[in-house]
Design a protein around this ligand. Structure first.
Ligand code: MEV
Length: 329
């Protein structure tokens, strides 16, 4: 039996534009998904999951629609989460040339599903690592990141960048531009507050919507290019440790994401609540549509978010310098 954990993430800058080759800078946060894998004597795959949202719910799921458990998570989200695990195991069977390997997989996650905090990447990265180690193979995190990207690419119908999976595998702040993925080593310790509206967005549908608009409108193509410029300014601000400039880039990035049509009333309300509470900057994080915002700030920002009717939960978080790790073997 092996347990591996991997962090969730927030995007400092660059989601959506990264799908079209612009740079993005996500950073890992101290909320993790933990996956325990036990090899079976047969070739079956059994998945069980606890606490796949911050609300907390319990589910035992064998993978077939007929076994769908009675839980208070949207079915599409639950199916998606199980899809990531099934594809992760397929990647491990391929990596180790063990097509018949069977596993019991147990998931515990502190990261809400589909809310922009990289839950699927964290579960995928942790599942691949735990299953490989359980089979006696210690995979390099860069290999895990690549295999996890293949999983997201397949589950999201080809609409995925390497950003979420590379960030979760490597930890810290990372810069991803196409296939060029690397850690940024000179980023200061930043205090973030995350506001969560209790909802979720459909990443695949949101990315497809932006792609359709980009194919049709020059203004959307230019907005995506401008997000790339903001990411480059944001990177310079991060490396200089200039918190005011980092916050400004977050604010501009949020405006541009709104222009792409991926914000939501609840996300905008939380962004404004965070700014009213003194945040240096605030933006939605991830695909949008609902879920989370990230603000640069501390206690007063968290309290301002807690007073916002749009916000179901707010929590302080910080960059997690650790990526995937084996917790128990
Ligand atoms: C989703 O967390 C981030 C997007 O940029 C999609 C991706 O990069 O795969 C919207």
């Amino acid at each position: 039996m092996v347990t591996a954990s991997a962090p969730g993430k927030v995007y400092c800058f660059g989601e959506h534009a990264v799908v079209y080759g612009e740079p993005a800078i996500p950073c890992a946060i101290d909320r993790r998904a933990r996956v325990t894998v036990t090899e079976r004597a047969d070739s079956a795959l059994r998945i069980s999951a606890d606490d796949l949202s911050l609300e907390g719910f319990t589910v035992a799921y064998d993978g077939g629609p007929e076994d769908r458990p009675n839980v208070d998570a949207p079915e599409s989200l639950l199916d998606a989460a199980m899809g990531y695990v099934r594809e992760s195991i397929a990647q491990v069977r391929d990596l180790l040339d063990r097509p018949e390997a069977g596993f019991d997989v147990e998931i515990h996650s502190e990261i809400p599903l589909g809310a922009g905090l990289g839950s699927s990447a964290a579960v995928t990265v942790a599942a691949i690592t735990a299953a490989a180690v359980e089979c006696g193979h210690d995979p390099d995190p860069a290999i895990v990141a690549d295999r996890a990207f293949q999983v997201e690419h397949s589950v999201q119908d080809g609409e995925a960048s390497r950003a979420d999976t590379f960030c979760s595998a490597m930890g810290g702040a990372v810069r991803v531009e196409g296939e060029d993925c690397r850690r940024l080593e000179d980023v200061p310790t930043l205090e973030f507050v995350v506001g969560y509206d209790g909802g979720a967005g459909d990443t695949g549908a949101l990315v497809r919507g932006v792609r359709a608009d980009r194919d049709r409108y020059d203004s959307i193509r230019e907005t995506i290019d401008t997000i790339g410029a903001v990411v480059r300014e944001g990177q310079a601000a991060l490396e200089a440790g200039d918190r005011d400039a980092i916050g400004r880039c977050m604010d501009v990035n949020h405006g541009l994401l709104s222009a792409l049509g991926v914000s939501a009333r609840s996300l905008d309300a939380m962004v404004w609540a965070a700014r009213d509470g003194g945040a240096r900057g605030a933006k939605l994080t991830g695909a949008g549509g609902g879920g989370c915002i990230v603000a640069l700030g501390d206690g007063p920002v968290r309290r301002a978010l807690e007073f916002s009717t749009a916000c179901e939960q707010a929590f302080a978080t910080a960059i997690d310098r650790d990526g995937v790790r084996v917790e128990q073997r």
